[in-house]
Design a protein around this ligand. Sequence first.
Ligand SMILES: [Zn+2]
Length: 484
Amino acid sequence: MTDTTTTDLAAPDAGLPGGWQMVIGLEVHCELSTATKLFCGCPNQFGSEPNTNVCPVCLGLPGSLPVANDAAVTYAMRLGRALHCEVKPSVFARKNYFYPDQPKDYQISQFDQPTNIEGWLELPDGIRIGIERAHIEEDTGKTSHVGGGGRIHEAGYSLVDYNRAGVPLVEIVGKADLRTPEQARQYVAELRSIILAIEVSDAKMEEGSMRVDANVSVRKADEPYGTRCEIKNLNSLRSLVRALDYEARRQIELLEDGERVIQQTRHWDEADGRTHTLRSKEEADDYRYFAEPDLVPLDPSAETLAAIDASIPTLPADRRQALATAAGVTPVEAAMAVERGLDDLALAAIEAGANPARVMTHVEHNLAADEAVRLDAANFAGLVTMETSGELTATQAKQVLAEMVETGGEPGAIAAARGFEAMETGALESLVDEAIAADPEAWAKFCAGDAKVTGAFVGYVMKATKGQADGKAVTELLRRRAAG
Ligand SMILES: [Zn+2]
């Protein structure tokens, strides 16, 4: 079993040339799946007709006042606690900037007193990635640039849809602890499984309910951080990995040519596989934040926080650990079963006495996630036991399992109906003797230690039994015969 508390970040290799190392920090925006928006009663719904889920508050009309959505605040705190953050008394703040998709001229966000601070998330291999903060803010509307390939520069005109304006978001700001694109991918995947497990968002990257911005810089090992660039709006795990790899190599090339990296916001173009300059960012943005005067601070009571903690189910990292312990594998090896939601079934089958290794093989290779919900754990354990006791071959077990999933039947009955009777050891022995007698030349080779001829004998027995024999049992009998 691996040690799950290591924090060695120097180990992973990003495959960069010349001793360069990547330093990555991710900012992930996650839309909360509340029924209504963050500060008004408009439906929080994706895909409605443009500008139908709007009201004076989310349109920023004069005189309208925001009221914080209790469910959104609770969801944000639940996410914070699931990320091992401290939930602090917090205040909303106005972030002042003009953009057409933001009708108030400011975004209600949080600044120096965010709701969640100082947490961490654990990757399957046990490495913990720090979370600096996870704050609450409202989403902006959506601008579409019409013509010119959808970019603002060449567009004929632009359209704006305010349905998304005021949708509740949590921005999860990760520490610059990631060192490879693969780690970044694992981090986002893990964050997504946590968000899904605690049911605060549907976390659909393709619909924009989970959006990733990546800060990346390069340095030689143990040198101070280099100048970073931010890549905006990565909307799939594949884009994230490709964009990070491209951007790191671009920066290395600059530095090796004696140039410098300019701090910039860049855009990832999936089609040409490159990042492009969006805007230079050499000076810090001045958003003139100040506390939002129309909203009261958030200060959850100890009882509220206890109730939030109690609402958090067992998280993926703990589920991996539980399955790893039961099955005698590493958490990394248990990750696939957990990812596919089959860990409860595997645990129940192992608990019922089934062989852990066979259980893991079936769960990883022979079961679809949506099939397993129809599978009774006791029957599944029964099947595995029939297999490990030699009553069924591996091939037969797979067939019986497929039928169990289909019909919900019991493994013994299915095996009998299919004529998968266990071969009597005596019958198998005489077939092995027949096989040996049929090919004395191969037998001599086998006895001399040539394992390559094994297949000929197994093939003979399989043919004679129409595939019903257990190949492993045949091999075992051959070895015993050869040993004398
Ligand atoms: Zn509204």
